[in-house]
Design a protein around this ligand. Structure first.
Ligand code: HEC
Ligand SMILES: [Cu+2]
Length: 356
């Protein structure tokens, strides 16, 4: 009679294969990989990969050698029916072997330490002539301040291409971590301390990032972008950001939106330069500056209007969703549900969308 395998045994054999296949297939899902750390687009990220790959291949070679030797031993000295095998030669306590497998790994580790430490030190501190941008972590969005020009923005950090940029980072609340994989490594944002991160983009482009330290409920919705521009575009951007907010046409829907903004709770937390200019210290909760809100293209920790797929982005739909009830999109959000009417939301969407 044929013996049937027990279901538990069947599962324990198939499950690892199924899981491995799923993981491998998952990597084929998207052609575009905005957070791909191996796709370096500047010398800082390149430097990290130049360290990573040799170490990786070295480790891979050692893995194959060690596992190969192990498998070979298992195969050669396996028990076989009817065949008497002599016991293999015992090497425990062999001084020469002990020396070899102590000295060789020591040399390998030392060889890895030299480039690792020099890379760490080189990337840890910004060169003196770097352009400074302050990065402030909030639950759950990044704020960017440009000390040279006075520009304040959120979610999207704009930098000139081919320029050494120094992010001077800190946090308002808990630990965060600023990570733009194509441009740089990771570095903590620590409350009460300043850390530095070097960034450098070879070409204009949009580089995606994410907070890389679990920082509470909506950590998964704390993204960021770095947009690199030509020097001329960057200068134009800076000049635009320094202007006060555009004024809505008298009698327009946008003007109604501005009135909702001024008459509601919004001014307790947000600033629109030229519309309400409170002392930032008097605001109840730190919140994104909305003066040039619509120029950023993304909001709510760079997760809206589209979480992942830019082709699905619908700005107005996203903004409606956000204003109607922020915590449904970002659990725990410090912007509360404000009980706005559909009418007020429409007016606000129109107004906020004019704030280029
Ligand atoms: C209690 C403080 C508070 C109030 C009141 C408040 N907000 Fe907010 N708002 C926030 C915070 C904090 C964020 C950032 C949330 C996040 O991304 O996690 C935010 C985000 C936003 C954003 C997205 C900005 C961006 O660039 O990501 C918009 C737009 C916005 N608020 C509009 C409004 C409007 C309009 C009102 C009034 C109807 C309002 N807010 C009232 C705190 C507040
Ligand atoms: Cu965070």
């Amino acid at each position: 009679m044929e013996r049937r395998e027990r279901p538990v045994l069947w599962l324990s054999r198939r499950l690892p294969v199924a899981l491995l296949t799923a993981i491998l297939l998952a990597s084929c899902g998207r052609v575009e990989q905005p957070l791909n750390t191996f796709d370096s687009r500047g010398p800082i990220a390149e430097r990290i990969n130049e360290l990573f790959w040799p170490v990786f291949w070295g480790a891979a070679a050692i893995f194959v050698l060690v596992q190969g030797a192990l498998l070979l031993a298992v195969f050669l000295f396996r028990e076989r029916k009817g065949k008497e095998r002599p016991e293999p030669k015992q090497v425990a306590g062999n001084t020469r072997l002990e020396l070899i497998w102590t000295v060789v790994p020591t040399i390998i580790l030392a060889a890895i330490a030299v480039p690792t430490i020099s890379t760490l030190f080189d990337l840890a501190e910004c060169p003196g002539d770097a352009m400074e941008v302050e990065v402030i972590g909030h639950q759950w969005w990044f704020e960017f301040r440009y000390p040279d020009s006075g520009v304040v923005t959120a979610n999207v950090m704009v930098i000139p291409e081919d320029t050494e940029v120094c992010a001077k980072m800190t946090s308002e609340d808990v630990l965060h971590n600023f990570w733009i994989p194509k441009l740089a490594g990771k570095r903590y944002l620590v409350p009460g301390q300043e850390t530095e991160q070097r960034l450098y983009a070879d070409d204009p482009g949009e580089y995606w990032g994410h907070c890389a330290e679990f920082c509470g409920l909506s950590h998964a919705r704390m993204r960021a972008r770095v947009v690199a521009m030509t020097r001329a575009d960057y200068d134009a951007w800076t000049a635009g950001q320094l202007l006060p907010a555009v004024s809505p046409e008298p009698g327009s829907e946008a003007e109604r939106g501005m009135e909702v903004f001024l008459g509601g709770a919004c001014i307790g937390c947000h600033i629109i330069d030229g519309v309400n200019n409170p002392d930032p210290e008097t605001l109840t909760v730190p919140a994104p500056d909305l003066t040039h809100f619509a120029s950023r293209g993304v909001f709510a920790g760079a997760t809206l209007p589209a979480q992942l797929d830019p082709t699905q982005a619908d700005w107005e739909e996203g903004l409606r969703l956000w204003l109607a009830d922020p915590p449904t999109w970002k659990p725990g959000s410090f912007m509360p549900e404000l009980g706005l009417t559909a009418d007020e939301i429409d007016a606000l969407v129109t107004y906020l969308s004019t704030l280029e």
